[in-house]
Design a protein around this ligand. Structure first.
Ligand code: SF4
Length: 231
């Protein structure tokens, strides 16, 4: 699980603003306003058990007051874990350290990406967020993504992938291709916690490496939002 700096809005999995989204309405707000909305949110039961909400991280050089805030790569995890809950930032525990290492191995830099979660408050015992919790928190993720207009969204694990692919049945089956979503390109891959469990030679770790390498290739090719997705 993970979380970060900043957010609050509404989008859908298919780029059409329906299904897995709540539909974005109203103006795009700056990151600082979105982050404040997350920190003050009590819209679901997860608020009662949190130390603090985890809005997400922006790229280090990003201006939290800027609107819009185009960000080439946005990572989306599941939700804050214990360390994230305490520190108020996403992916700062063991999974985060592995993610950092795999990003570096792929020639990517976390400091140049935004890092978000499906739910912004830690589920008890690090359990998977319920569909209702994810739905309630979707307003925040949608507003964040509307602000960031990502070129590539990396969905880390099934909870994140379901936000962009309606009717997802298999994480493995959704890997290896780009999923168009609201002008962005979604890559589905394993959550770093699965890679931790699988070990360095496990399916999840190998798959995550492969998928991050694909992100690197996409960036090298200069892929931007609304570019056509190759079949
Ligand atoms: S998980 Fe999301 S919807 Fe629930 S209280 Fe936290 S910020 Fe609000």
């Amino acid at each position: 699980m993970t979380g970060g700096r900043g957010p609050t809005g509404g989008i859908g999995p298919d780029g059409a603003g329906t299904a897995v989204g709540t539909g974005l309405a109203g103006e795009v707000r700056c990151w600082q306003a979105l982050a404040d909305a997350v920190r003050n949110c009590t819209a679901c039961a997860l608020a009662a058990g949190r130390v603090q909400a985890v809005p997400g991280d922006l790229p280090t050089a990003a201006d939290p007051q800027a609107v819009p805030l185009p960000t080439p790569v946005v990572l989306v995890g599941e939700g804050p874990g214990e360390q994230e809950d305490v520190q108020g930032r996403p992916f700062v525990g063991r999974s985060g350290r592995l993610l950092d290492a795999l990003l570096a191995e792929a020639g990517l830099h976390r400091s140049e990406m935004a890092v978000l979660n499906v739910v912004k408050c830690r589920p008890p015992g690090n359990r998977t967020p319920t569909p209702q919790e994810a739905h309630t928190c979707r307003q925040h993720l949608d507003r964040q993504l509307a602000l960031l207009t990502p070129g590539v969204i990396v969905a880390l694990g099934s909870s994140a992938a379901r936000q962009f692919i309606a009717g997802l049945t298999s994480l493995a089956g959704a890997r290896g291709r780009l999923h168009p979503w609201r002008g962005s390109h979604v890559i589905v891959t394993y959550h770093p916690s699965a890679a931790l469990r699988s070990g360095p030679r496990g399916v999840a770790a190998i798959g995550l490496r492969q998928d991050l390498a694909q992100v690197r290739r996409m960036l090298e090719a200069g892929l931007r939002p609304h570019d056509p997705v190759a079949p």
